[in-house]
Design a protein around this ligand. Structure first.
Ligand SMILES: [Mn+2]
Length: 260
C-alpha cells in the first residue's frame, strides 16, 4: 500500500517531550511541527542521485550514516546475493553481526514513542514472516536504488519472524535498515514479536524463529540471539500515524496494550 498526499509537500517534524501524569507515571508526548523537510529531502535525494552514478550505487549500496559499518555492508551484500553467502550465513561472524545489529537496533528504538508519527509519502508493508523472496520483491520494485535514495518513508507492520524459512536473514536486513536510516524506516511490533509466539517450536516446527536460531548456531548461541532479538521486539513501537490521519497497527495485538 502506498499512502501519498499530493497536496501536502510539507513534512511534520516531531519532538519528544516527557511529562508526569497525575498518578506519577512518566509519559512521552510528541509535539508535531510542520516543516519543509519533505521538499528538502527530495532535493537531497536528487543531489545524491546526481552525485553517484548507477555503478557506484550498485557497488557501494546505501550507507549515508553508517558508511564504515562493515556489519551493515556484510548484511546488505548477503541480502543482494544470499546464495553466494551461504558460508557467511552459517558462520559465527553472522551470529556476531546479528548480536551487534540487535544491540544497535534496540538503542535506536529506545527513544521512539509507542506510537510513531510519520509524514507521507510512506510505503506500508504487512507481514514478512521470514520470507526473503517477498522482501526481494519489494526491494526490486519499490526501493531499487536502496531505501536511502528512494523518496518517502518505510513502515513495516510487524510479524517479521515465524512461518517462513529465512527469519534470520529477514531480521538482519530489516535491523540493518533501521540502524542505517532510523528516521526513515519504522518497524512496528506484531504478535509474532513476542516470546510466547516466536518461541513456540512445538507449533511452528522448523518454521519457528527459535528453531531457526538454534538450528543455525547451536543451542547456546542460538538461544542468545533469540533472546537479544526479543529484547529488540520489546522496544518496538505498537502503532503509527501517517500525516496525523492514517492509523496503522498490526492485527492481533493484545487488546490491553496501551498505545499512548
Ligand atoms: Mn499477525
Amino acid at each position: 500500500m502506498v499512502v501519498q498526499k499530493k497536496r501536502n509537500l510539507t513534512a511534520y517534524q516531531s519532538l519528544i517531550r516527557e511529562s508526569e501524569s497525575k498518578c506519577g507515571a512518566r509519559r512521552r508526548h510528541l509535539k508535531i511541527e510542520k516543516s519543509k523537510l519533505g521538499r528538502n529531502a527530495s532535493l537531497t535525494t536528487s543531489k545524491a542521485l546526481a552525485k553517484q552514478n548507477k555503478e557506484d550505487v550498485m557497488n557501494n549500496n546505501e550507507l549515508p550514516n553508517e558508511e564504515n559499518d562493515t556489519t551493515i555492508q556484510r548484511v546488505l551484500a548477503m541480502f543482494k546475493d544470499p546464495a553466494g553467502h551461504v558460508q557467511y550465513l552459517k558462520s559465527e561472524l553472522f551470529a556476531r553481526d546479528l548480536l551487534k545489529l540487535c544491540n544497535k537496533t534496540r538503542l535506536s528504538m529506545q527513544n521512539e514513542p509507542r506510537c510513531v508519527y510519520i509524514p507521507s509519502p510512506c510505503y506500508v508493508f504487512g507481514d514478512i514472516h521470514g520470507n526473503l523472496e517477498d522482501l526481494h520483491f519489494f526491494s526490486d520494485n519499490i526501493w531499487r536504488l536502496g531505501m536511502s535514495l528512494t523518496a518517502g518513508n518505510f513502515l513495516f507492520l510487524g510479524d517479521y519472524v515465524d512461518r517462513g524459512k529465512s527469519c534470520l536473514e529477514v531480521l538482519s536486513y530489516l535491523f540493518a535498515m533501521k540502524v542505517m536510516l532510523p528516521n526513515k524506516v519504522f518497524l512496528l511490533r506484531g504478535n509474532h514479536e513476542t516470546r510466547d509466539v516466536n518461541g513456540w517450536e512445538e507449533h511452528y516446527g522448523d518454521r519457528s524463529f527459535i528453531y531457526q536460531c538454534r538450528a543455525r548456531f547451536g543451542d547456546i548461541l542460538g538461544y542468545r540471539i533469540w533472546e537479544q532479538a526479543n529484547l529488540v521486539f520489546d522496544r518496538m513501537p505498537l502503532a503509527a500515524v501517517i500525516d496525523q490521519d492514517i492509523f496503522c497497527v498490526h492485527g492481533g495485538r493484545y487488546p490491553q496494550a496501551c498505545i499512548w
